[in-house]
Write a protein that binds this ligand. Sequence first.
Ligand code: PGA
Length: 266
Amino acid sequence: MADVSAGQNTRKPIIAGNWKMHLTHVEAIRAVEELLDRLRPADYGRSEVVVCPPFTALRSVQMVLASHEDAGVALGAQDVHWESAGAWTGEVSAPMLARLGVVYVIVGHSERRQHLGETDETVSRKVAAVLAAGMTPIVCVGEALEERESGRTEERVSEQVHRGLGSFSPAELSRCVLAYEPIWAIGTGRNASPEDADATIGSIRQALARLAGDETAGTMRIQYGGSVKSGNIGALMAMPEIDGALVGGASLDPVEFARIVRYQAP
Ligand code: PGA
């Protein structure tokens, strides 16, 4: 087996809140202000902290972040279109997001794959657009319950990695973050065990190594997502392959999200 764990110590954890279709821009301002009140420079030193509000709140949240001198929270978006401009009613482009100060863009979330027509091909095009605009994609992969139960988890996530990311160079891949989100764990209160999440993330790293080489794969950050809370983040982060978390429901409460960011080893 390839040794792709060498970069483990250089991978700074990344904890991102995915607010999904929650919080008006007014509520989002309050939420991010409360979060900033609770976080300290040491928290940003240990992990990268990201919030991903809906499009309508990006500008408001960006202004709050810009007005707090020591705020180390980065701005993320939840989706993007692959073209930079054009007749695409209702869509938002990567240059528009970059101009707003967006640093991370979630691509290929399972809710978009399941309900909104996202495919590995559109994921690939969106990743290209995000990289071209100088931002970092957070590329989501994960298996459905029946795939897990029939023992196809590794095959499924490797296939998503190959189809979504197979056309990128090692240098481009090194600029990506991945998120392993088992579909059955999202919003269900049922998280993957730290051992299972670690094993699957290890197999995602092997799939990345086949595309980018061991060295690059060893430096890439792979988050876990799916019912992360303050009560389970410590055990997840103690696993060697898990480099952070993509947090949905629990990120809507700034007190709880701050506890997640300040996780302690179990
Ligand atoms: P959850 O969502 O934390 O509410 O399970 C995670 C996600 O979908 O990113």
